[in-house]
Design a protein around this ligand. Structure first.
Ligand code: FES
Length: 103
């Protein structure tokens, strides 16, 4: 069963940037890729540091700690040293607010 939580407003998540939020104890990174917002677990699959400390390069999240890259839209791993993908969450925008299904 879906568990939609309001995590941010769209205005707090500018294009080309990452934003870390916490919802029901889950750390989530929001990524605004050319006006479309995606939500992934805010934990690098390499050594579990927050991805929200890194940056968005086009449609890729770059981990600031050791340089792994992930597709911001799907969570797919792109480069070493990470070998596993990042969990992605369904997202909806309702009247300017961002909701994430954290199930
Ligand atoms: S913790 Fe992200 S690349 Fe090492």
């Amino acid at each position: 069963m879906a568990n939609w939580l309001q995590v941010s407003s769209v205005s707090e998540c500018p294009e080309g940037e990452l934003r870390g939020v916490v919802a029901e104890g889950q750390h989530i990174v929001l990524a605004n890729v050319e006006g479309t917002i995606y939500a992934l677990r805010d934990q690098c699959s390499h050594e579990e540091y927050p991805l929200s400390d890194g940056e968005l390069d086009g449609d890729e999240i770059v981990c600031v700690y050791h340089g792994a890259r992930f597709n911001a839209c799907t969570g797919a791993r792109k480069t070493l040293p990470a070998v596993l993908p990042i969990k992605s969450f369904p997202i909806e925008v309702r009247e300017g607010d961002i909701y994430v299904d954290v199930t």
